[in-house]
Write a protein that binds this ligand. Structure first.
Ligand code: SAH
Length: 348
């Protein structure tokens, strides 16, 4: 489906200039249109534009690229889960979490995912398509519209989808969302999470974007990683961590290692020791994630004591590590879970 605003919002100011020039408009209009679009304004609200330009723009079309289809609020911690509707009828999830340092929005980058990680609900139905930069911007705009004047402070690309598998639109999104005339969310407040697509990670290190890179590591060795993550068949942990070292060298930023503890798979003390060996001397931080059980796959999380035992091994070995707080546990907070549930309800 053609949706003009989608295309317009995904344009860099220089590209917008060209579009407007084709319509016989002056170059300086591009900056005005850019900042209005990124505020989420409709063309008729763009009051510093000439009426004729507003009319021309309105004729082209002004549908919002993304709308909120459903919202669930956690009674436990106020976490909000959104189901976003895309113009083609697909939907993706986003989660808004309140931390003491500000609101963090988790956005999706693809409809579904094709990476096939065994513990992840987003990948059960495969990947239907990539999201455009404008749709990802739309997720942030929708959150702002629900936040009553408050603003998103941090963004994590940890919803459904593999950001490095939608490389061009993700990089475009990062440049646009951080643009001073747009939403102006600092790149240092953005985390991009990947299951470890090595060539794209290398390329990403060279983009010069000071975002935080998170690697979904989830295992201390290739044998265990292969059991739970198909990507481990393609790239070894050795080369993946070397790529992280390259990222650290190029950007000066530490990499975050995501590690979901799965009972009987990767949560033993021996695993913790092996992980510490692997990460020794690396400028990184380990984020221990209690697994959200995916019943279909028979994978289960661990007890609080197991988390603490694993954590204390890492601490003893001087590996920086914390346990991630669970949020929105009562609202299908984990990626892919709400979309899956709504799709199931629809089918029933
Ligand atoms: N594709 C990217 C980003 C999306 S997943 C990636 O793999 O990193 C975001 C994070 O949630 C990843 O660390 C992923 O491994 C983790 N995750 C997925 N399913 C989970 C589950 N059931 N419990 C805990 N974490 C999970």
């Amino acid at each position: 489906m053609e949706n003009q605003q989608i295309q317009w919002m995904g344009l860099y100011p220089e590209e917008l200039k060209q579009r407007l020039a084709q319509m016989g408009e002056k170059p300086f209009r591009a900056g005005q249109v850019f900042s209005w679009l990124h505020k989420g304004a409709r063309f008729e609200e763009m009051t510093n534009l000439s009426l004729s330009l507003r009319e021309k723009l309105a004729e082209i079309g002004m549908d919002q690229p993304v709308a909120v289809r459903e919202t669930r609020v956690s009674k436990l911690d106020g976490t909000k889960k959104f189901l976003f509707a895309l113009p083609d009828g697909n939907c993706v999830e986003g989660v808004l979490m309140r931390y003491h340092y500000g609101a963090t929005l988790c956005i999706s980058t693809q409809v579904g995912c094709k990476m096939g990680c065994r513990f992840c609900a987003s990948t059960l139905e495969g990947c239907l398509r990539n999201l455009t930069a404008a749709e990802m911007l739309g997720e942030v705009q929708c959150a702002h519209a629900e936040m009553k004047g408050e603003r998103v402070h941090n963004i994590v690309l940890m919803g459904s989808g593999e950001p490095m598998d939608n490389y061009d639109e993700v990089v475009r999104y990062l440049r646009l969302v951080s643009h001073p005339e747009g939403l102006n969310i600092g790149l240092r407040h953005i985390s991009v999470s990947t299951c470890g697509l090595v060539p794209q990670m290398k390329r990403f290190a060279d983009e010069g974007l000071p975002v935080t890179l998170s690697l979904s590591l989830h295992a201390p060795n290739d044998a265990i990683r292969k059991q739970i993550m198909p990507i481990a068949q393609r790239y070894t942990i050795g080369e993946t961590l070397d790529t992280c070292r390259y990222y650290i060298e190029k950007t000066g930023r530490r990499v975050v290692m995501e590690y979901a503890l799965i009972d009987g798979v990767n949560a033993s003390i021996a695993c913790a020791e092996e992980l510490a060996d692997r990460l020794r001397g690396m400028q990184c931080h380990v984020n221990l994630i209690p697994l959200n059980t995916v019943k279909e796959r028979n994978l289960f999380g661990v007890t609080e004591k197991q988390v603490q035992d694993f954590l204390s091994v890492l601490e003893k070995r001087r590996i920086s590590a914390t346990r991630r707080r669970e949020m929105g546990d009562d609202i299908e907070g984990a990626c892919g879970q709400l979309r899956k549930k709504v799709l199931q309800e629809e089918q029933a």
